[in-house]
Design a protein around this ligand. Structure first.
Ligand code: 13P
Ligand code: SF4
Length: 303
């Protein structure tokens, strides 16, 4: 009798598929993936793979971004309801209204947005390249709209000395992390370093030894001489950190930092996805065409 992992591997070969998983996915999903990474790394993998089918173990905007860049590939999201509440906090219509109020502004969108919103923006970024993009690509811009994450915008503003026209979006998972959680964990583990994702509140990032995208965090924990690390992001990332650094100890800063949407993908759903060719992600062609340019520029800025 074949077990579920063997079935997935067999079907994957038959369908010439690749499995991409975000750093927040369940441990068993990360373990069967061909590549585990952050939003930027996954987009780069999706764009460069020769596979015919991409099974995207992440959330909807990630699969949609992959499809826009590689329209000839079949992109599957194992659970069609795996969305991102932050991405849903701004619509294309709302961004058009904001643009109308600031006609001269350049528009920078976080990748955590729908294709419809990306179609309205000049540039797209992830948390890995937002600072570089503002410093290099947008250095001549007089006014910049940066949407939808108010906390990422605040972090990039601090790093670059620029101010932005912002939106009131935020990540509900990262917003659960509070400065008192950091203080408590630091008191419990005085030798530990604290790392945070820039989607955290400024009161939390200000307490961090390192602020980075999920891939940047994984790199940092490998490079730091510290052996104890307090992790200020979604708890799923600790699986990969432990695997890559078995001699180090990781403490989640808050057990509440769980993204329910990232946890929707299970091994069963990955198997069904390959078996039944579901759930195909296919944004409307005209929107995809308009969103393409901003994504292309995003892929060129790698940390
Ligand atoms: P990264 O691009 O850093 O992986 O972040 C994606 C995300 O959704 C964080 O909440
Ligand atoms: Fe969206 Fe936050 Fe989940 Fe990332 S962790 S997918 S930003 S809700």
């Amino acid at each position: 009798m074949e077990n579920i992992i063997q079935k997935i591997q067999k079907l994957k070969r038959k369908r010439q598929a690749v499995i991409l998983a975000h750093n927040y996915q369940r441990p068993e999903v990360q373990d069967i993936a061909d590549f585990v990474g952050d939003s930027l790394g996954l987009s780069i993998q999706a764009a460069s793979t020769d596979a015919k089918v991409i099974v995207f173990c992440g959330v909807h905007f990630m699969a949609e971004t992959a499809k826009i860049f590689s329209p000839e590939k079949t992109v599957l999201l194992p659970d069609p309801d795996a969305g991102c509440p932050m991405a849903d906090m701004i619509t294309g219509e709302q961004l058009r209204e904001l643009k109308a109020r600031h006609p001269g502004a350049k528009v920078l969108c976080y990748v955590n947005t729908s294709a419809e919103v990306k179609a309205e923006c000049d540039l797209c970024c992830t948390s890995a390249n937002a600072v570089t993009m503002v410093r290099e690509v947008l250095k001549g811009a007089k006014e910049i709209i940066f949407a939808p994450d108010q906390y990422l915008a605040a972090y990039v503003a601090e790093q670059t000395g620029r101010s932005f026209i912002t939106w009131h979006g935020f990540c509900p998972t990262h917003a659960k992390i509070l400065p008192e959680d950091v203080e408590r964990e630091k008191a419990l583990h005085p030798n530990a370093v604290f790392i945070a994702h820039p989607e955290c509140r400024p009161a939390v990032t200000h307490l961090a030894d390192k602020v980075a995208s999920t891939e940047g965090m994984c790199r940092y924990v490998q490079e730091t001489p510290a052996t104890e690390i307090i992790v200020g992001t979604e708890v799923g990332i600790i699986h990969r950190m432990k695997k890559e650094n078995p001699e180090k100890v990781f403490y989640p800063v808050s057990e509440l930092a769980v993204c329910p949407n990232m946890k929707r993908t299970t091994l069963e759903k990955v198997l069904w996805s390959l078996e039944d060719n579901v759930h195909e992600v296919n944004p409307p062609a005209e929107i995809a065409r308009r969103a393409y340019a901003s994504i292309e520029r995003m892929l060129n800025y790698r940390p």
